[in-house]
Design a protein around this ligand. Structure first.
Ligand code: WTA
Length: 678
């Protein structure tokens, strides 16, 4: 692995940098692991205002998955994220909305943000939403979505934001699972200049779900004639409702004194669905105090946040990256945040660079898939932009790789910005492994070192001769911690940290089985990693059946069970294949009931099945029709063989032991089919 020292070029402003040296990082990290009670006590008071302070920092353990932080403390999300900044700087910019059409871009001040959140909160109150109720938000990345999110915690409700690109089936499953009675949506959205329906998608999703009482519809796209089919008594136009709470309106005084809810630190703040290796997407629950604290602390540390910064995370609010680093962290730290509704190539391939220069962004945070996309367009689009306001550029979602790292560092960071490759996941709530500007010596392609409270451990199954055997409970899997460097292993986190997800909604057993029971005492990330001679982590990718397409997670079984809904598909196997831009792409193998079926037709039908049932991002790269799939005698599909084939390894002799295969002949025929298309 190539070392790369960028510390000298970065020349951090040590006055402004939160962590001023590597030594400081090391000693703080040590403290956070060895004396977490003292460490988090101090940080909780440094970053958050408490209505009632806590007496206990943390309790519980990974065995029962009953971890709690600041459990007798109370705080208001609105006070911490909005009110205190409105009071200090009412006319400062809180939100920068880069609408799909750049001409519709606008900014929102802290004062306006606070007024709107209060209005939205009053609307929710009027709709009868109570503490703990789940409110679904199906909206594009826009100020209105942020008002809706903050309005939830204002009255103690729990938001469930559903990615705006999800189909009605995907929404339906989430609304049913979360039993959400109230939904925020918008009439349409804009994507690359096209008008895309949202309300009618919701209509389809909640057809027959009687417990949905109210659908509040924001008129995102004005002057449009297309019908959105408002159902009487259930669907309400948000703007007309909001008017009733304003001056002269019906409810002007009714809720005028509605105070923000003082939340218990362990009250759920939101739930967010994510794909796992088995079954349906699951709702992970994040609670208030610990999540907010680690959001603020990691943001400040990793992005070197300073007063007056303008933070540009170009993700969608429907993902954890959006929740933590578009919404909560920048708002807690009181800096402007960008709401980017568009794509990197609309209206032209210079869009990102225009946004950075136009607003003077100080940080820019995106995914490797986006970096590879802009990289594929060359450096010409960058030539008219100085990007001089940037100090830190970040990457998240999948391994960035050396080539994209170099390109991003040189052409966007101009070889002077710090490039932070941030490793984390929906479950962790906040970044776990990342460089710290000015403190960490960077290495290309490495997420580098753990943040505070995070103790990564590489594990190996069945013990390794050189490793320390851990005392194991009976019947549990045998494993060891890999103590040495220059080793790869299963990436886990030892112990807990404040923003760890507390449970899966309605299924604590699945939570324990997925994350905590496989290696007692450790949180299982689902990734493997290499730790180099200096203790730096290089994330290698998922070791479970999760495919990471454009930094979006899809479970293999979720994709397969959707595809087998097709009446003509007998059997389906899905594997991830490396893809130049997307990181990974979906490769489908399908066995048909009737061999005489028109292949093109069925391939299109399978493709649209994934698009409509899950999301457009789940669109497969290749579909190959095969006679049979390689299976073990016990009937298990041998995906490891398929994975080799889609990686263009056609040497059957290198596939390992095939003696347990029921149908070894299937392999040759699959190889020849795949060779034709790759
Ligand atoms: C992957 C996104 C390598 C990883 C915040 C993880 C990464 C999954 C990185 C979580 C990174 C995320 N380097 N891989 N810097 N960041 N991943 O829940 O496989 O959407 O398990 O959270 O993305 O994806 P999720």
């Amino acid at each position: 692995m190539s070392n790369f020292d960028c510390k000298n070029k970065f020349k951090p402003d040590t006055e402004g940098t939160y962590i001023k040296s590597f030594k400081e990082y090391q000693s703080l990290h040590k403290k956070s692991i060895e004396d977490p009670q003292a460490f988090w006590y101090e940080k909780a008071h440094e970053f958050l205002n408490w209505d009632k302070s806590f007496t206990k920092v943390s309790s519980g353990n990974l065995k029962y998955g009953n971890v709690k932080y600041f459990e007798d403390g109370y705080l208001s999300v609105y006070q911490n994220c909005v009110l205190r900044h409105k009071e200090a700087n009412p006319n400062g910019i809180a939100l920068i909305y880069e609408a799909d059409n750049p001409e519709e871009a606008r900014s929102v001040t802290w004062l306006e943000l606070s007024q709107q959140v209060q209005l939205y909160a009053r609307v929710l109150k009027q709709m009868g939403v109570k503490k703990g109720d789940v409110v679904t938000i199906y909206m594009s990345t826009s100020p209105e979505a942020i008002y809706a999110m903050f309005a939830c915690s204002y009255i103690g409700a729990v938001h469930s934001v559903i990615f705006g690109g999800f189909s009605s089936d995907a929404i339906k499953a989430r609304v049913l699972d979360s039993k959400s009675e109230v939904i925020f949506t918008q009439n349409f959205t804009k994507r690359r200049g096209r008008t895309i329906p949202m309300k009618t998608t919701i209509n389809k999703a909640i057809e027959g779900i009687d417990f949905v009482r109210k659908v509040l519809v924001y008129g995102r796209v004005k002057n449009i004639k297309e019908e959105i089919n408002m159902k009487p008594n259930r669907d309400i136009l948000l703007e007309s409702l909001l008017e009733e709470f304003q001056e002269g309106g019906k409810y002007e005084n009714v809720y005028a004194n509605l105070q923000p809810m003082s939340m218990n630190a362990e009250d759920p703040l939101f739930l967010l669905y994510t794909s796992g290796s088995t079954g349906k997407p699951k709702a992970l629950i994040h609670t208030t105090g610990g999540y907010l604290l680690n959001a603020a602390l990691t943001h400040k540390t990793v992005f070197d946040i300073r007063k007056g910064d303008r933070f540009g995370c170009v993700a969608d609010i429907g993902w954890i990256t959006g929740h933590t680093y578009i919404v909560y962290a920048p708002m807690l730290n009181g800096v402007s945040t960008v709401l980017f509704e568009s794509t990197p190539d609309y209206p032209s391939i210079t869009r990102y660079w225009e946004v950075i220069d136009k607003w003077g962004l100080t940080q820019f945070y995106t995914s490797p898939t986006a970096v590879r996309f802009v990289m594929s367009c060359g450096t010409d689009p960058l030539k008219d932009f100085s990007l001089k306001s940037l100090r830190v550029i970040g990457s998240v979602g999948e391994p960035i790789g050396v080539e994209a790292w170099n390109w991003y560092f040189k052409n966007v960071g101009k070889s002077r910005c710090y490039l932070v490759d941030t490793y984390w996941m929906t479950e962790s709530g906040a970044i776990m492994i990342s460089a710290i500007p000015g403190a960490t010596t960077l290495k290309r392609g490495s997420a580098t070192l753990p943040l505070f409270g995070i103790s990564p451990q590489l594990l190996v199954k069945n013990g390794g001769s050189k490793s320390i055997e851990l005392s194991m409970q009976k019947k549990q899997r045998k494993f060891s911690e890999i103590a040495e460097n220059d080793q790869s292993g299963i990436l886990t986190i030892k112990g807990h940290w404040p923003s760890i997800t507390r449970t899966i909604l309605g299924n604590h057993k699945r939570y324990l089985e997925t994350y905590l029971s496989p290696y007692p005492g450790y949180f299982l990330t689902g990734d493997s990693a290499y730790r180099d001679m200096d203790g730096y982590y290089f994330i290698k990718g998922r070791i479970d059946d999760v495919i990471n397409v454009c930094a979006h997670r899809f479970g293999t079984s979720e994709l397969e069970s959707t595809l087998t809904l097709h009446p003509k598909a007998v059997e389906v196997a899905v594997v991830g294949m490396p893809h130049k831009i997307k990181g990974e792409a979906i490769f489908v193998f399908c066995v048909l009931k009737d061999k005489h079926t028109e292949e093109m037709v069925i391939k299109n039908e399978l493709k649209s099945l994934l698009q409509t049932s899950i999301s457009k991002i789940a669109s497969p790269e290749h579909i190959v029709i095969v006679d049979s799939l390689p299976k073990t005698r016990s009937g298990k599909i041998m995906r490891r063989i398929l994975k080799k084939i889609v990686r263009k390894n056609y040497e059957v002799a290198t596939y390992g032991d095939l003696s347990t295969l029921l149908n070894p002949d299937s392999v040759d025929s699959i190889v020849s089919n795949v060779k034709k298309i790759l």
